[in-house]
Design a protein around this ligand. Structure first.
Ligand code: FAD
Length: 316
């Protein structure tokens, strides 16, 4: 079923959903199931599975030189989605990125998904490769997520890359895109970022999932700005609790977001072993306020931490 249909069917009730990462290469589906099995109690209508492009690793050779190799540390997104749908009978949403794909490869990936009965995707650009200071698309690959959305939307209208295909079978993908309550780090300003977000919606995306945030006022400001810009699709807040003190620095560095002063002050006073409780309490308060504000769904970035996610969701 399409994600937006779940939101319509829920008739104003806030749903919960989860995002999982493929296990590191060498891991197994048991890693994913052990995260998801306990969370199924909360009846998530869908599960997102992230996509990870290849990274460079440097291996020391007998000669003493280092050899640079590109490897994908977390492959398996599509297989995991199929497996989730098979085991739990719910929808799985693969993340699809521009990075590392040319348009032909993207089309083939979409055909695979379509044939597997996976008809929801989250269309993203992806980040720059390690050691590259900006995002570089593949030759004949997409530069921005909006171009990927357009390609998926074309296929939904039976338009394939090969113009000799006159009556292509239309796919039926529902397309989600990313939004940034505190602005995407490359955007020159908040307003410009919203303008580009609107382009993704106009190109065929039907809902937005946000980057994590710890201060709901940022989400509400973002939601208001979306409405003012003419974006009226469901906006799903993405949430992750603070669980370690070092995340006060690592999360802003990695995700370009801020922690609110009240949380930082509390966290600095709190012993390491009690940070998880503080993070859970803070996240529960965020969720309660977001629910009251009528968000369609609370989307949790589990990052493999099932216990913490469970403790939050059982309280909301
Ligand atoms: P875009 O929408 O393309 O935006 C990127 C930047 O370009 C922004 O600054 C935007 O303002 C600007 N921009 C957009 N369109 C234009 C235009 N036409 N002209 C000029 N500038 C423009 N990454 C992964 O690799 N795998 C994942 O599974 C993954 N999952 C994610 C899930 C969520 C919910 C979120 C929020 C992010 C996820 N990411 C993932 C990270 C994401 O790929 C990065 O944040 C990336 O840097 C931007 O992706 P985007 O789709 O928002 O890009």
């Amino acid at each position: 079923m399409k994600i937006t249909e779940y939101f319509k069917k829920s008739q104003g009730q806030t749903l919960v959903s989860f995002e999982v990462l493929p296990p590191l290469k060498g891991g197994s589906m048991a890693d994913i199931f052990s995260t998801l099995d306990p969370l199924m109690e909360f009846k998530p209508p869908f599960i997102d599975v992230t996509y990870h492009r290849e990274e460079y690793v440097y291996n020391k050779q007998p000669s003493g030189y280092y050899e640079k190799t590109a490897i994908r540390k977390r492959p398996g997104t599509v297989g995991i989605c199929a497996s989730i749908m098979h085991r739990y009978g719910i929808d799985a949403i693969p993340h699809l990125i521009c990075g590392g794909f040319n348009v032909e490869e993207t089309e083939n990936a979409l055909i695979d998904l379509n044939f597997l009965g996976i008809n929801n995707v989250l269309a993203l650009r992806g980040d720059a490769r390690q050691f590259e200071d900006k995002f570089i698309p593949e030759n004949n690959g997409h530069k921005y997520a909006v171009d990927l959305v357009k390609q998926v939307n074309d296929m939904n209208h039976g338009i394939y890359l090969d113009s000799n295909i006159e009556k292509g079978s239309p796919t039926d993908f529902s397309i989600g895109v990313a939004g940034y309550p505190e602005k995407h780090f490359e955007a020159p300003n908040f307003e410009t970022d919203i303008k580009y977000l609107k382009q993704k919606i106009d190109a065929g995306a039907s809902y937005i999932v946000t980057q994590m945030f710890f201060d709901n006022t940022n989400f509400f400001r973002f939601r208001d700005a979306c409405h003012a810009a003419g974006i009226h699709v469901p906006i799903v807040p993405g949430l992750k609790p603070l669980t370690r003190k070092y995340q006060l620095n690592s999360i802003p560095r990695k995700f370009f977001i801020n922690f609110p002063e009240a949380l930082v002050t509390e966290a600095l006073k709190t012993e390491d072993k009690n940070i998880i409780s503080l993070g859970i309490e803070w996240c529960i308060a965020q969720c309660i306020e977001l629910k009251q504000a009528g968000v369609p769904c609370l989307h949790f970035y589990t990052m493999g931490d099932v216990d913490t996610t469970y403790k939050i969701v059982e309280k909301i």
